[in-house]
Design a protein around this ligand. Structure first.
Ligand code: S3P
Length: 177
């Protein structure tokens, strides 16, 4: 399909936003960040939504936002790390998009995120990260059209790889969408 969306998924701190910004520069597509849209809609930060209204409410808002952005075309969509756990989100995103999984190791997440107080689900302990990652592994793999190993790679390289793959698909060189 022409003018599809480039959809970025992956664990927290896998680089979705940074890679999304670079991809937006490379492709000229608009960057859409579902976490930001959720915050706009709720008029609260993600942390506040979790604290005051709980994770189920956050997921509800996320589902709404994903439903809206997946209906559009020609964007780079950076998802929150848990969005693809819901198969309905994946089904919608795939209708007009290619889903790229930014694969990252637990150690790398711990290193990149530090003590990130804006990520309610990211405990400081590496064991928490490993556990949550393991629980999500199947969902991530199922959701991904393409898995990109980001370990030891700069965001710029990751963005270039995705841009190249996407362009090839759009010009029909590879299994077109
Ligand atoms: C979450 C990831 C966060 C944000 C929320 C929940 C998750 O986004 O949506 O804190 O469940 O993995 P990032 O992946 O951009 O940190």
């Amino acid at each position: 399909m022409k003018n599809s969306n480039i959809v970025l998924t992956g664990f927290m701190a896998s680089g979705k936003t940074t890679v999304g910004e670079l991809l937006s520069d490379i492709t000229g597509k608009k960057l859409v960040d579902t976490d930001l849209l959720v915050e706009e809609r709720a008029q609260m930060s993600i942390r506040e939504i979790f604290e005051r209204e709980g994770e189920p409410r956050f997921r509800e808002l996320e589902r709404l936002v994903v439903g809206e952005v997946s209906g559009g075309e020609g964007s780079v969509i950076a998802l929150g790390g848990g969005a693809v756990v819901d198969p309905e989100n994946v089904r919608r995103l795939r209708e007009k998009g290619v889903i790229y999984l930014l694969d990252v190791s637990p150690g790398e997440v711990a290193r990149r995120a530090g003590d990130d107080s804006e990520r309610p689900l990211l405990g400081e302990k590496r064991r928490d990260i490993e556990e949550l990652m393991r629980a999500r592994l199947d969902a991530y793999r199922r959701a991904a059209d393409v898995i990109i190993d980001t370990t030891g790679r700069e965001a710029r390289q990751v963005a270039a790889t995705i841009a190249g793959d996407f362009e090839a698909r759009e010009s029909g060189e590879e299994g077109s969408k």
